[in-house]
Design a protein around this ligand. Structure first.
Ligand code: PGA
Length: 255
C-alpha cells in the first residue's frame, strides 16, 4: 500500500432511524473494490442520537468507521446539551469533525474553542478532523492562504505540530459547501499543499503523514480527479453522503 484515501460522510442534521438502518444495510451489501496500492477507509458521521444504533448495525458488519459531527471541549459537568469525547468513544466513534464552518457560523465557535475541542477529542483517543476554509469574499480578496493558515494557529500555539499526529485536516471552501460549486482539483491541491507546508515548518514527519481531506460538493462524478491530486488524501462529503449509492460510488472512486 502506498496511499490511503479516507472518505468521511457528514450527514449534518439529516436522517432518521430507518434511514440509518437502510444506509448501513446498503453498505453491508456492497463489495468494495480492492487495490494493491490504495487503501480506502470510509467513515460515516450521523447525528449524535443515531450513533448507538449505527454502532450496533456495524457490529454485525464492520464495513466503515463511525464519527461524530461535533464534541464538547469539556470532559464532564454542567454543560447542558453537550456530548463529551469519552462518550463518543464509548459508543464506538473513532473520528470527530471539529470546527465545521456551520458550527463556526451558527454556533459562534472560535478558533480557540475549536482547538479545545480538538484536544479534548485527542485525549479521549478519537481522531479529530479539523475543518478550515475561506468564504467567497475572502477568496476574491486573495485572502485564502492567510485565512486557512490562520485557522491552524490557535491549535499550533496551544499544542504544537504534534497535535496533528493522529489527526486530520479538512479543507472546505465555504463557497463550495452545499452549492454544487467545487474547487477545481488544482485550486484544492494548492491549498492542501500550503496546509501541509505550514505544518512541515514545525514538523516535517507529522506533515508528511497528515491526511488532508477536501470537502465542498464532492460527488461521484468529481471525486476521482480530486483524489488524483498528490496532497488530497480523501473527502469530507455532505449532501452526497446521505445517499448510500452516491457515498459508495465516491468510496469506489478512491480505488
Ligand atoms: P457538501 O457538504 O458535500 O454538501 O458540499 C460538505 C460539508 O459541509 O462537509
Amino acid at each position: 500500500m502506498n496511499r490511503k484515501i479516507t472518505v468521511v460522510g457528514n450527514w449534518k442534521m439529516h436522517g432518521s432511524k430507518s434511514h440509518v438502518s437502510e444506509f448501513f444495510a446498503a453498505l453491508g451489501a456492497h463489495h468494495f473494490k480492492e487495490s494493491a496500492s490504495i487503501q480506502m477507509e470510509s467513515v460515516v458521521c450521523p447525528p449524535f442520537i443515531y450513533l448507538d444504533h449505527a454502532a450496533k448495525l456495524l457490529e454485525q458488519n464492520p464495513k466503515c468507521e463511525l464519527g461524530a459531527q461535533d464534541v464538547s471541549a469539556h470532559q464532564a459537568g454542567a454543560f447542558t446539551g453537550q456530548v463529551a469525547a469519552t462518550m463518543l468513544a464509548e459508543v464506538g466513534c473513532k473520528y470527530v469533525i471539529v470546527g465545521h464552518s456551520e458550527r463556526r457560523q451558527f454556533c459562534q465557535e472560535t478558533d480557540d474553542i475549536i482547538a479545545e475541542k480538538f484536544l479534548a477529542a485527542k485525549s479521549a483517543g478519537l481522531t479529530p478532523i479539523l475543518c478550515v476554509g475561506e468564504t467567497q469574499a475572502q477568496r476574491e480578496a486573495d485572502l485564502t492562504a492567510s485565512v486557512v493558515v490562520g485557522q491552524l494557529q490557535a491549535l499550533l500555539a496551544k499544542a504544537g505540530a504534534a497535535a496533528f499526529a493522529q489527526a486530520m485536516i479538512a479543507y472546505e471552501p465555504i463557497w463550495a459547501i452545499g452549492t454544487g460549486l467545487t474547487a477545481t482539483p488544482e485550486q484544492a491541491q494548492q491549498v492542501h499543499g500550503l496546509l501541509r507546508l505550514t505544518i512541515a515548518e514545525y514538523d516535517a514527519t507529522v506533515a508528511a503523514s497528515l491526511p488532508i481531506l477536501y470537502g465542498g460538493s464532492v460527488k461521484p462524478n468529481n471525486a476521482r480527479t480530486l483524489f488524483s491530486m498528490p496532497d488530497i488524501n480523501g473527502a469530507l462529503v455532505g449532501g452526497a453522503s446521505l445517499n448510500a449509492q452516491d457515498f459508495l460510488a465516491i468510496c469506489d472512486a478512491a480505488l
